[in-house]
Design a protein around this ligand. Structure first.
Ligand code: IPM
Ligand code: MG
Length: 360
């Protein structure tokens, strides 16, 4: 029996993970290699309310002993005034760090049925298929020192961007491997004209590249990468970068595909443990109203099957089901195309449609 810990979290998190879990159960029912057992636990604001902390040690232990983790989203206005150190987001950052989930994979693809949903012209968007590989447990998110110094006459704050060569090399290897299985093009994104940290990233990435002569490597400044993503998104295959740049560029990559509501992610540790979550946040404005798009969570479940169980067929069945549901014109509110005047469906019904397409 393989345990999957479900961390629904806050806002629309519980709604979308419920649909993803239904899909996993349905697919597991068809493939007897999968014997899944789900266990739910608290994270983020839900955990603050129940236990006074965004991430309990018991939850970290439960996750450590599981095969994979399915997460919804954390955060919301209710906890926005709390100090950074105790907010729901700290639960997410805490679990990434505690479980060593350093490799964050964020694929951005355009479903052909949705290419008109992007704010960019369809011909610019057509065929986008990229993967942002973001380093997730280092850099400025975790660097020391970090503080707001209120002791002097002028308030001062500091965060440090710190990477050692091993952290850089291991994420670059993940990215080269991914590129090898795709179109064999890797873009390393940096700010080496200003930052020493980026200079080290370039150096180390070039060293790792020697083991991957079949992959074409390009270095791109982060500001010009942000621009090129809008101008020619099709030129990108795999992007590798640090934690902060990866956070920003992955939202941009996601949005040019039409909706943040469609994008899944995987965060992997050495040794195989993986956490899977939609890239979108907790969307408190639509939470609890059955309006959320569960497809990013459902496709995160597909990534779970692929990366944690090597169940490639099962993962592809889910993706094909999502694609056919979109081709059939089913839409949640976030992916209605301009000029389309069909009624939208809710989160549960979208889950139903995917299950139907899976033949369940
Ligand atoms: C993400 C989110 C998180 C991050 C927040 C919620 C802490 O934006 O997963 O991209 O910055 O990593
Ligand atoms: Mg982000």
């Amino acid at each position: 029996m393989d345990r999957i810990v479900v961390l629904p979290g806050d806002g629309i998190g519980p709604e979308v993970t419920r649909q993803a879990q239904r899909v996993l159960e349905a697919v597991a029912g068809k493939h007897d290699i999968l014997n899944l057992k789900f266990e739910e636990a608290l994270i983020g604001g839900a955990s603050i309310d129940a236990k006074g902390t965004p991430l309990g040690d018991d939850v970290v232990e439960l996750c450590r002993e599981s095969r994979a983790i399915l997460l919804g989203a954390v955060g919301g206005p209710k906890w926005d005034d709390m100090p950074v150190d105790t907010r729901p987001e700290k639960g997410l950052l805490g679990i990434r760090k505690a479980l060593g989930l350093f490799a964050n994979l964020r694929p951005a693809q355009v479903f052909s049925a949705l290419k008109d949903a992007s704010s960019l012209r369809p011909e610019v968007v057509d065929g986008i298929d990229m993967l942002v590989v973001r380093e997730l447990t280092g850099g400025i998110y975790f660097g020391e020192p970090r503080e707001i110094d209120r002791s002097g006459p002028v308030r001062k704050a500091i965060n440090a961007m710190v990477y050692d060569e091993n952290e850089i090399a291991r994420i670059c290897r993940i990215a080269f491997e991914a590129a090898r299985g795709r179109r064999k093009h890797l873009t390393q994104v940096h700010k080496a004209n200003v930052l020493e940290v980026s200079q080290l990233w370039m150096e180390v990435c070039d060293e790792v590249a020697k083991d991957y002569p079949d992959v074409e490597l390009a270095h791109q400044l982060v500001d010009s990468c942000a621009m090129l993503l809008l101008k020619e998104p099709n030129r990108f295959d795999v992007i590798v970068t640090g934690n902060l740049f990866g956070d920003i560029l992955s939202d941009e990559a996601a949005m040019i595909t039409g909706s943040l509501g469609m994008l899944p992610s995987a965060s992997l540790a050495e040794g195989g443990l993986g956490l899977y979550e939609p890239v979108h946040g907790s969307a408190p404005d639509i939470a609890g109203q059955d309006l959320a798009n569960p497809l990013a969570a459902i496709m995160s479940a597909a990534m779970l099957l692929e990366h944690s169980f090597s169940a490639f067929d099962a993962a592809n069945e889910i993706r094909d089901a999502v694609s056919s549901v979109l081709d059939a014109g089913h839409r949640t509110g976030d992916i209605v195309l301009p000029g389309e005047d069909r009624p939208t469906i809710g989160c549960v019904e979208m889950g139903d449609k995917v299950l139907e397409a899976l033949g369940s």
